[in-house]
Design a protein around this ligand. Structure first.
Ligand code: ATP
Length: 247
């Protein structure tokens, strides 16, 4: 039996009490899976992720309908820091690093909510360096001087410092060369396989993410239009043409 880790039930999200960004979205993420949220620019993918992590509040967005459950508990009104402590963390779009801090200081900054011991922090960082050897090479470089791909790695690494069970990853491929994107998805795959971390990934690059995802939802205009096993969706010609950028 597959257990649901995250259940998003019929959410509606409004910005500034007027802009309807999400009309009706329901999503399940089963334990240990990679789920993709696909759709064009402005479809409502980022808003959905930020609503789950509750970061949407800092952009004056509010959930006006629906419920969100995580590990079988209602988290609709749980604040972002508490969610991080419970293993639910978001990597924001645009891989926001602290440009003046070194790579390693950026990774350390991921621990501030959980406040672990020094030895736990050291251990966490070493583990991240195993997955991202490039970050080890650049540990003392200011993040602002690293490449886009390295910054995405830092952003994921920082999330890993919270010892997550579920990572919400927003548009990891944005602005990166295909080779780097492949590298990042390969690491996501390894983290999923080796550590059992689940992922909910918002992506415009459907073809790519469907290679790694187990299940996918296609979002249009704030609503889920289609959903299914990633392998099946990838083969449906009419979906290919409409949502996945042709053949
Ligand atoms: P993208 O890939 O560009 O992030 P998306 O599918 O993630 O697209 P959202 O960013 O969730 O889509 O946007 C959904 C709708 O909400 C759009 O109409 C957008 O203009 C609007 N929107 C997004 N963020 C805000 C905000 N902070 N304030 C007001 N409106 C917003």
């Amino acid at each position: 039996m597959m257990t649901n880790l995250l259940e998003v039930q019929q959410i509606e999200v409004v910005y500034d009490q007027a802009i309807l960004a999400v009309r009706d979205i329901s999503i399940n993420v089963t334990e240990g899976s990679i789920v993709a949220l696909l759709g064009a620019n402005g479809a409502g993918k980022s808003t959905t992720l930020k609503t789950i992590s509750r970061l949407v509040q800092s952009e004056r967005g509010s959930l006006t309908r629906g419920q969100i459950r995580y590990q079988n508990q209602d988290i609709t009104n749980t604040d972002a820091a508490t969610l991080v402590k419970r293993g639910l963390v978001q990597v924001l779009e645009g891989r926001r690093c602290f440009p003046h801090l070194t790579v390693e200081e950026n990774l350390r900054s991921g621990t501030f909510v959980n406040n672990p011991s020094r030895s736990d922090i050291r251990e966490g960082i070493e583990k991240i360096y195993q997955y991202f050897p490039r970050l080890k090479e650049r540990r003392d470089t200011q993040a602002g001087y690293t490449s886009g791909g390295e910054q995405q790695m830092i952003a994921i690494g920082r999330a890993l410092m919270t010892k997550p069970e579920l990572i919400l990853l927003d548009e990891p491929s944005m602005g990166l060369a295909p080779k780097i994107v492949e590298e990042i998805f390969a690491i996501v795959h390894t983290l999923n396989q080796q550590q059992g971390i689940s992922f909910l990934i918002a992506e415009q690059n459907a073809r790519l993410v469907l290679q790694y995802a187990d299940f996918a939802y296609l979002v249009e205009n704030g609503e889920v239009r289609h959903s299914g096993q990633a392998a099946t969706l990838n083969q449906q010609d009419h979906l290919q043409a409409a949502y996945l950028g042709g053949s």
